[in-house]
Design a protein around this ligand. Structure first.
Ligand SMILES: [Zn+2]
Length: 329
């Protein structure tokens, strides 16, 4: 039997349809994801908790009573709460069944899912679907990711516009930097341009100076950017793409390039037109799925991260530059 709490992870959409099809089941699941070591008071962190049932309120006009609610009550500070209190799940009017289905759809689709697809799958309006998707993406961002080490490939790719190549870059092209540790994690970062300064800032933040080797192509901004990030030239290998050389022994940037092409296929497939101010969010979603492709319980992990992540107001979400790692002039 499929056990939700016996350590067997929920792994596919069918399981979620079967096992998380009522609000009560979802609340129990959320409880286990949020407090794996036992329910903790959200006000005073006490572990001395009682489970109580609050009788539904009587509506005097209609004479109807709202359904009874299962609550936790803290034995120390008497605070009453539920598994959603203080989380992103709480202040929407959407049932948890919808939230969980949306999380399952987003974590399971390899290329991502558009707000329109989500809207149809959940039977909600477009704005709700769009907002849900963005909140879920926010939970997919790792707050303080470790620096990449070992053999690291660096490259950039260009999104939008029609012109190809670096030198003739048009104003309407967006630069995405890819950093990938071979056999490890991928980072995709929307950067302002392909200048030394822009590359340096990301190398400094994402690559461990004790890295074994860094692989790039011959773009002239890399040597000074690496130097600025305290990575010695002896650790820098260059592949000469201009001369149509793509692999020379261990020297290549193929693993980061394959991630770029997978991301671009997703862009044309699922999203059609990604709003540029949200590009970084799509990059985050993609990297999260990519980096956790072997994780057995991506769904449970995301449900948990959502419970621990802060809220994201709609006004903040639609701000220009709200998520772009740089401010466009
Ligand atoms: Zn308490």
């Amino acid at each position: 039997m499929m056990g939700l709490y016996s350590g067997v992870p929920i792994m596919n959409l069918l399981d979620i349809h079967k096992e998380l099809n009522t609000e009560e089941k979802c609340l129990t699941f959320l409880e286990h994801m949020r407090w794996p070591e036992g329910v903790k008071c959200v006000a005073c962190e006490s572990l001395r908790i009682s489970r109580i049932t609050a009788k539904g309120k009587l509506n005097k006009k209609t004479g109807k009573r709202s359904p009874d609610r299962k609550l936790y009550q803290c034995n120390d500070c008497r605070f009453q709460f539920t598994a959603t209190t203080g989380t992103v799940y709480h202040d929407t009017h959407l049932p948890l069944t919808h939230w969980f289905l949306a999380i399952a759809l987003i974590t399971e689709s390899k290329k991502g899912i558009s707000a329109n697809q989500l809207k149809r799958a959940l039977g909600v309006n477009y704005r709700t679907a769009w907002y849900l998707a963005h909140r879920i993406r926010k939970a997919m961002v790792e707050a303080n990711p470790p620096k990449l080490t070992g053999v690291v490939e660096l490259d950039e790719t260009y999104i939008g516009g029609k012109q190809k190549g670096r030198q003739n870059r048009l104003k309407n092209k967006e630069v995405v930097m890819g950093i990938r540790e071979r056999g490890g994690d991928l980072r995709l970062i929307h950067i302002e341009d392909n200048s030394t300064n822009s590359l340096w800032a990301q190398i400094k933040q994402n690559v461990d100076p004790n890295v074994k080797q860094v692989m790039t192509d011959e773009w002239h901004a890399y040597p000074p950017a690496l130097k600025g990030a305290k990575i010695p030239a002896s650790k820098h290998s260059t592949i000469r793409h201009k001369d149509k050389i793509y692999v020379q022994g261990e020297v290549h940037t193929n693993t980061v390039e394959s991630a770029f092409s997978l991301f671009k296929r997703g862009l044309t497939g699922a999203f059609h037109k990604v709003s540029l101010k949200h590009l970084q969010r799509y990059l985050n979603e993609f990297s999260f799925r990519f980096n956790n492709r072997k994780a057995a319980d991506l769904f449970g992990m995301t449900v948990r991260r959502m419970a621990l992540a802060g809220n994201l107001p709609y006004a903040k979400l639609i701000e220009e530059n709200a998520f772009t790692p740089f401010v466009r002039k």
